[in-house]
Ligand binder design. Structure first.
Ligand code: Z5A
Ligand code: MG
Length: 211
């Protein structure tokens, strides 16, 4: 049985991850590929509901605690992710472990190594499509400043952290293009990766790092 690919979209707030996740899932379906969407935080679980309250300023928690919950929210999906990939279904995931490290290291001023450690061993993405958009352009997009972390200085730190997390599986995409143009690049890259990893076992995240 050929496996599906773990395709992750990452980037700062408002870069267009959710928009592109939907477009990519639909385009892959249109090609008769088996595909499902996922996203983190997954606000539908018990842990996810606490994260949701935190992000909406309904609940205060120490920054280290919310980091643990974001990571736990990924671990609770681990078995399902592996099972789904092994059944031949590709997953398009809107934020994953890189968001965990980039945001928590920025909010706590701790090292990225600390931010990454709890995610070590999760299924590793086959592709991280990182959408990169200049902060001034982002702040003009809809829906800003409604949740925590949505301010420019913080986002600048997060963007720097993301770039330090870059690995060979990452593809940096200039997100300040039309939605269609971003989609075309993302689709082309995704189709290549889906083909390439079909017979390769799922890797573990950060498996060669000694945290
Ligand atoms: N977080 C964390 O700290 N630790 C973790 O481990 C994880 C997350 C997983 C909520 O995430 C917060 O959780 C987030 C990170 C933190 N911090 N904050 N704030 P979320 O993913 O639920 O956040 P969100 O509220 O969905 O926002 P977002 O994901 O950042 O937005 P987006 O998905 O990237 O953008 P979008 O909704 O697709 O598009 C935004 C707007 O821009 C919309 O009006 C679009 O029509 C428009 N748009 C999109 N693309 C374009 C282009 N190409 N041109 C022009 N306009 C565009
Ligand atoms: Mg989103």
């Amino acid at each position: 049985m050929e496996r599906g690919a773990l395709l992750v979209l990452e980037g700062c707030d408002r870069v267009g991850k959710s928009t592109q996740t939907k477009r990519l899932v639909q385009a892959l379906k249109d090609r008769d590929l088996k595909v499902e969407a996922r996203g983190f935080p997954d606000r539908t679980t018990t842990i996810g509901s606490v994260i949701d309250e935190y992000l909406k300023y309904k609940k205060d928690l120490p920054r280290e605690t919310i980091h643990l919950l974001f990571a736990a929210n990924r671990w609770e999906q681990k078995d399902d992710i592996i099972k789904t990939l092994n059944s031949g279904i590709t997953l398009v995931v809107d934020r994953y472990a890189a968001s965990g490290a980039a945001y928590s290291a920025a909010s706590t001023n701790k090292h990225l190594v600390w931010g990454k450690s709890l995610d070590q061993g999760l299924p590793a993405p086959d592709l991280v499509a990182f959408l990169s958009v200049n902060n001034e352009i982002l702040s003009a997009r809809d829906g800003w400043a409604k949740e925590r972390f949505e301010n420019q200085d913080f986002q600048k730190k997060v963007a720097e952290n993301f770039l330090q997390l870059k690995e060979d599986t990452w593809k940096i995409i200039e997100g300040n293009q039309s939605i269609d143009d971003v989609h075309k690049i993302l689709l082309e890259e995704s189709l290549k990766v889906i083909q390439k990893v079909k017979t390769i076992p799922i890797k573990k995240l950060y498996e060669n790092e000694s945290n």
